[in-house]
Each structure stands twice: as structure tokens, then as C-alpha cells.
Ligand binder design. Sequence first.
Ligand code: CP
Ligand code: NVA
Length: 305
Amino acid sequence: MKKDLLSIQDLTTKDVNLLIDTALKIKSDIKDYSDVMHGRTVVLIFDKPSLRTRITFEVAMRQFGGNSIYMHGNEISLGVRETVSDAAKNLSRWVDGVVMRTFGHDIIAELAESATIPVVNALTDLEHPCQALACLLTLHEHFDNLHGRKMVFVGDGNNVAHSLMLLAPLAGMDFTMCCPVGYEPDDEIASAAKRMAVETGTTYLNDNDPESAVKDADLIYTDVWASMGQECEAEKRSQEFQEYQVNSDLLAAAGTDCLVTHCLPAHRGEEITSEVLDSPRSIAFDEAENRLHIQKAVLYTLLGM
Ligand code: CP
Ligand code: NVA
């Protein structure tokens, strides 16, 4: 494994399998790991709000017998009060890892470059790798085999979509991106995802029509139409994404055993209906639970326990 988890592109298939196996083991033998981080501290630096990510990282460290320190990015003023690189060098002298949620992916990359300790991406504008890994862990619990299964992302070509399209080929899954014109994923990420699909014998497809995109899908994934930092576009997006709501009609167009998920927080009645989010087909809350277990695996593996 690389020192940091900034992007799914930092991982190989072997790394992904190791993280999933470790997470399953930690989840089933929670007591065996109750002291593995004794005397160790992870700092969480968040420039954006969070419920799931902050709580699960902090609970992970507590359940491991270690400590966490949460700081809002404003307090550190990275790049203003001191350079990102100087802050990274300081943090490396005191703590054992950094978990960061910020806007620009370049900031976390710069921090990781100067830090001698692991840095974990807790969401940037470009990626949300822990979320995608939690999705994969959840799929492993619901399906015997993921090879040849089809994941369809219906919604904005955003950070969560990016991490999923990069992870699907590593799991042997086909990926279809379904978004309105103008809301496509980042070109470089989509190209990397296509390249990985070729290398792994899976597929990467674009389909702007939700009904045809979800045909034979095993999983429909959706997320908010306006991400954190895009609040001023929310109204415009809400109109342009109307056809992309994940509702019972769309689910009916998918495979009979198709599951549905959402990274949460959900805007019920917008990108997903309550009927679907609360239905037996929804694995969104299982995935939220698994954020804890996969992040424990990430910390355990990267901090070299
Ligand atoms: N899914 C997710 O990352 O949730 P939070 O923004 O609440 O952390
Ligand atoms: N795409 C969303 C994910 C939130 C967990 C955002 O960045 O706001």
C-alpha cells in the first residue's frame, strides 16, 4: 500500500482486497482490536461539514484504544497562517495520521507530499475514496461475487461518482455513468476509469438516459445534485436533474434484484424518493454503518499495525 489514501488510484486490486478482508475481520472480531492504537493519535482537519465521516473516524480511533483530535480548517488556516508544507511537517512530529476533508484536491496532495505520516482523504471536490470503499464492503456482504455485476451512478459526475468509477474495475464490476449533459465527470478521472476498465476486462459506459442506463443493473448509486461548495447552483441543478431522480419507476426499469444506495446526506424527494431510500432494496444505511469498518481497516493498514 502507498503511504496515503488520497484517491482510489492509489490502490491496486490487491490493496482493495486487503482492505475489504481487514474490514470484515475487524467488524467480526471487534474486541481483538480494542487496543491496537493505544498511544496513537489521528488528527481530523475538516473544511466542510460532516456527520458520518467525522463520527466514524473518531469512533474508529476510540474503538482501537487510540485518540483523535478534530480541528476545523479555519482554525489552522492552511496556506494562510503558514504554508501547507510547514503544517504537514509539524503534524508529522506529533501525530500518527491526518484525515482531511477539504475543497481542492491539490491541498491534500500537497499536505501528503510533505507529511511523513499517512494522510487519508475524507472527501475533496475530486474524490471520496472512503465512501466508495464502504460501498464495496457493503456489496461484498450482499452479493456472493461481484465479478460482472453492473453499477450505475445516476446523478452528478461528482467526487463520489469519481471514486466509484475508479473502484468498480478493481472489483471486477462494470460501471455506467448516467448524468445530464454538462454534468459529466472530470475528463482525467473518466479517462483513467476507462483505461482501468480495459485493463481489468470490465466496461465503462456513459448513458444520459436513466431508464436505459439502469437496465440489468445490480446497483444504482445516487448522490445530491449540488455538492458542498455548489450551494449557489442548487436551484438550477434541481431543474436540470429532474429526469434523474431515483424513484420506484426507475427501480422498476432495473434488474429485479437491483440494490440502491446513496452516500448520504440525502435530499429526500430530490435525487431519491423516501419510498426508495427506505425500501428493502436500499443499502444506504448499511453502507453508512460500513464507513466505520472500512475506515478502521484503512487506519489499521496505513498506520502499519
Ligand atoms: N457520506 C458522508 O461523507 O457523509 P458526511 O458528509 O456526513 O461525512
Ligand atoms: N457529493 C457530496 C458528497 C457528500 C458526502 C458532496 O461533496 O457534498
